[in-house]
Design a protein around this ligand. Sequence first.
Ligand code: HEC
Ligand code: HEC
Ligand code: HEC
Ligand code: HEC
Ligand code: HEC
Ligand code: HEC
Length: 256
Amino acid sequence: MSGQCRKIFLCGLIVMLAGLIFSSSALAVNPWKFPPLPPPWEYGNVLINRISTKDGVKPVGFSHWSHRLHYTCRVCHSELGFNMVANTTKITEEKNLKGQYCGACHNGKIAFASAPLTCARCHSGTISTGKTAMTALRCLPKTKYGNKIDWSYALYVGLIHPKSSLTKDYKPVTYNKKITIESAWAGTPPAIFPHDVHNDWLDCSSCHPDIFSIKKNATKHFAMKYILKGKFCGYCHLKVAFPLDDCKRCHPKMKG
Ligand code: HEC
Ligand code: HEC
Ligand code: HEC
Ligand code: HEC
Ligand code: HEC
Ligand code: HEC
């Protein structure tokens, strides 16, 4: 081997070794197929059509981002009984008019009531409205994915003030333990789970015992392939909370 060639060979070897060391040490390699992300004003929107089309009205477009400005998740998902799975809650026009579900707020006092002129605001048949309305939120702290809004930081610094209850006697439970979820894959930095950030929005019962066991390290099969199927963290972080694409928010030590 000539001197020149030896240099090139050594150089190549170093690059290769560096690559090997790098890729096995916490570089974000994404072997999974993530669902495509909609534009920020559509992320977290739900087209509710359990019975609308069957009953001759257009499906209902519901936006999470426009509502979470005013209310935390627990108001709707703990107090008002909406399920966290689209098209499973038995919402009807009659129940809304009696003050249940949407009607708990859309009663003309908290928000616009159901009336001939407002039917189409809910029964719009689309989740693509809201692009213009979202420009009003451009001052909120940004992230790269989902609604592109850092909701937890916005709440923390007091830029938004969502109410935690519709009743006066609600008392929040404080539990701040930060959990480190060690990885099953060598070289993958652990995921972190901060309780305080979640309890700002949710109830203990949003997660315990249905999604996660409350016993120390008891949740089995905590792997990305299950999370991607909507289990565990994926229950919220595929649809409403920031999406899985944002690796470093859960794996803060991940590089790349
Ligand atoms: C605040 C939002 C909202 C408004 C305003 C509203 N609806 Fe609805 N409505 C819903 C939701 C949500 C459902 C459940 C849809 C589903 O599951 O497919 C629903 C269901 C319905 C249904 C099908 C089920 C049933 O109860 O028969 C009809 C019909 C209906 N609405 C008519 C109307 C009419 C007429 C108006 C105006 C007078 C109206 N809605 C206003 C949210 C709204
Ligand atoms: C103003 C009421 C309201 C608030 C606040 C709210 N949600 Fe929802 N959420 C709903 C409704 C309505 C549905 C649809 C239920 C159905 O169709 O059965 C829903 C559905 C969901 C779904 C299922 C989405 C899908 O596509 O399957 C998830 C996950 C969810 N919510 C999480 C959250 C989280 C997390 C928060 C807080 C950041 C939150 N929600 C705040 C009303 C609300
Ligand atoms: C906890 C209270 C609350 C509940 C429950 C609630 N809303 Fe709202 N909603 C509001 C408030 C507050 C506003 C903003 C004020 C207004 O527009 O009157 C709003 C605004 C809206 C708007 C106009 C802005 C936008 O998002 O495009 C629509 C449409 C809407 N809600 C649909 C629904 C539907 C459908 C449901 C039930 C599935 C529902 N809301 C349940 C409080 C609520
Ligand atoms: C909402 C939080 C969250 C996000 C976002 C997230 N992960 Fe994970 N991830 C976890 C949890 C929890 C585990 C299970 C504990 C562990 O293995 O670290 C995990 C496990 C892993 C593992 C170990 C192997 C496996 O299948 O369990 C790898 C590799 C991984 N994540 C890579 C990524 C990459 C790459 C991204 C971004 C494209 C990402 N993760 C985004 C929460 C998340
Ligand atoms: C967003 C989901 C979520 C919410 C909300 C939540 N937790 Fe947890 N909790 C978890 C996860 C994830 C773990 C870890 C599970 C595991 O490792 O098996 C956990 C673990 C725990 C543990 C075991 C701690 C340990 O040392 O391993 C306790 C106790 C607990 N939670 C109490 C609470 C209480 C009290 C609340 C309400 C104030 C609450 N949690 C709200 C997701 C949640
Ligand atoms: C029941 C719904 C739900 C589940 C399940 C859930 N989260 Fe979250 N998570 C949220 C919401 C809501 C936020 C607030 C930020 C947002 O909506 O984008 C959040 C925020 C976070 C943050 C951001 C903290 C910050 O300082 O900004 C991390 C990290 C996180 N979640 C990790 C996890 C991990 C890891 C899991 C699974 C072990 C998990 N979450 C399960 C709803 C959930």
